[in-house]
Ligand binder design. Structure first.
Ligand code: GLN
Length: 485
């Protein structure tokens, strides 16, 4: 048995029965990283020494019978969550050598659960992108086809899960960055409701949209990770004070009586035939499990892309103002005066996509334009929220594709920002509305590339998404397939 290919719940059972140890499991994961990561390039910073020490400590706890669901399980964390003592780059040259003095709440919760942190995974710089090609260090490759992108911006986490370079992972989703790479890599990914998971220690991209969530090999693991990372945090005032359910209780058979909406606007021009076929077939499977499907309309969907690409860059331009060469990371030392130092630091420290966003965002927020751009986008955002509210009066969940096409080729959209932005067309609305969204594998293209089904739900109704995804997963075998590397 290849230990690295285990899921969280499988590994947990074996650890509990003492058939394997956490040290053996972590060694297997690092052997796997050694074998395949020069091809996949999922990790920016593997943290082997620390992970092996944590695994040893976890084994000790297990021996003493003090075991929780994540004890001794090697997990990867997207390199935009601060991890005390482990370099946190955000995929940017500007933070290349930044070692945070504290941990994000999520990293801390995982450590408190005695999970083993295997390392930090690659991403588009500051999570801005859909392909992981905007990482300042290297692109990640899709484990199913190394000539293709893994999706982004959590491409490193999704590829690491798909390539069995960790047992599970953490990603972040501002406009699709968990769901889209999961769809492209054949993993399960959940963007929780805005406020469900603390963002403390998550390096901010667009603060009104960012959420942290699990990236896993199956739906059961998704529920297990949710149980550990959710909950109110006094350090994040947007985290909601609401009890956390046991998400594994949603892992039960039956979808009888469930009303599923199929939004008619979630069909894009130029949509890939294989995606349409896989999603249509998936909807049939869910109907066959007892759900009732009906077409619904979310008329403001057509404005979501424009709205997002004003709000996200505007918030980013403000959040990224702190990287000025004074407090953190990279500083240009050639300048003669302070203004020149700021300018050189930011021009040389940020990559082209981040600079593009800062310029768009600064413009959208500038005096005289604020009302016309950020103000207008915020109004349209309200209309998008109302579309969902109205629809959820008569539906439990919505089903749609995650992306219009399977993973595209590396380099294919790099010179065409608009084409890159369009790959998020189905994932952005959930962030604008703050609702949860899940991606579950629902088929393969003729070329053998994974395709994901998106399940959207009401605020704080993650359990229903997990229930639908679980039932779908039980009825299909897509999640059992692994790429050959
Ligand atoms: N691809 C989108 C963007 O570039 C979403 C990124 C994300 O969710 N972090 O903004």
């Amino acid at each position: 048995m290849d230990l690295y290919s285990l899921t969280i719940h499988e590994a947990h059972e074996l650890l509990k029965k003492r058939e394997i140890s956490s040290v053996e499991l972590a060694s297997a994961v690092f052997d796997r990283i050694g074998q395949v990561d020069d091809k996949v390039c999922a990790y920016l910073t593997p943290a082997k020494d620390r992970a092996m020490a944590d695994a040893g400590a976890a084994d000790e706890l297990i021996r003493r019978g003090e075991m929780r669901p994540l004890t001794g399980i090697p997990l990867a964390i997207k390199d935009i969550l601060c991890t005390e003592g482990i370099r946190t780059t955000c995929g940017s040259k500007i933070l290349e050598d930044f070692i945070p003095p504290y941990s994000s709440t999520v990293a801390k919760k995982l450590a408190d659960a005695h999970a083993v942190i295997a390392g930090k995974t690659n991403l588009d710089e500051f999570a801005m992108g859909s392909s992981t090609e905007h990482s300042a260090f290297m692109p990640t490759h899709n484990p199913w086809d190394l000539t293709r992108i893994p999706g982004g911006s959590s491409g490193g986490s999704a590829a690491a899960v798909a390539a069995d370079e960790c047992i599970g992972a953490i990603g972040t989703d501002t406009g699709g960055s968990i769901r889209q790479p999961c769809s492209h890599c054949g993993a399960v990914g959940l963007k929780p409701t805005y406020g469900r998971v603390s963002r403390f220690g998550l390096v901010a991209f667009a603060s009104s949209l960012d959420q942290i969530g699990p990236i896993t090999k199956d739906v059961t693991d998704c529920a297990l990770l949710m149980n550990e990372i959710c909950g109110h945090d006094p350090m994040d005032s947007t985290s909601v004070s609401r009890s956390v359910p046991d998400y594994t209780e949603a892992l039960r058979p039956g979808l009888q009586g469930l009303v599923v909406g199929i939004p008619k606007e979630y069909r894009a021009e130029g949509m890939d035939e294989d995606v349409t076929e896989a999603v249509t077939a998936a909807i049939k499977v869910i109907e066959g499990l007892g759900a009732r499907c009906k077409e619904v309309s979310l008329p403001h969907t057509q404005y979501a892309l424009a709205t997002y690409y004003l709000i996200a860059p505007a918030e980013a331009s403000s959040n990224l103002a702190r990287y000025d060469g004074v407090k953190y990371g990279f500083r240009d030392n050639t300048a003669d005066d302070l203004t020149q130092m700021y300018q050189n630091t930011r021009s040389n420290g940020f990559g082209p996509e981040v600079q593009r966003r800062i310029i768009i965002g600064t413009y959208a927020l500038s005096a005289g334009y604020y009302e016309a751009y950020y103000g207008k986008a915020s109004q349209v955002r309200t209309l998008i929220i109302e579309d969902f509210k109205r629809t959820f009066e008569t539906c439990d969940v919505l089903l749609s594709p995650v992306t219009p096409t399977p993973a595209f080729k590396l380099g294919e959209k790099l010179d065409d920002p608009l084409a890159m932005y369009l790959s998020d067309i189905f994932t952005l609305p959930a962030n604008l509305a703050g609702i949860p969204g899940l991606s579950v594998p629902c088929g393969f293209s003729k070329q053998g590339l994974p395709i994901g089904l998106q399940i959207l739900g009401k605020h704080f109704d993650e359990e229903k998404l997990i229930r639908v995804a679980y039932n779908f997963e039980q009825a299909t075998d897509y999640h059992t397939r692994r790429p050959r590397l």
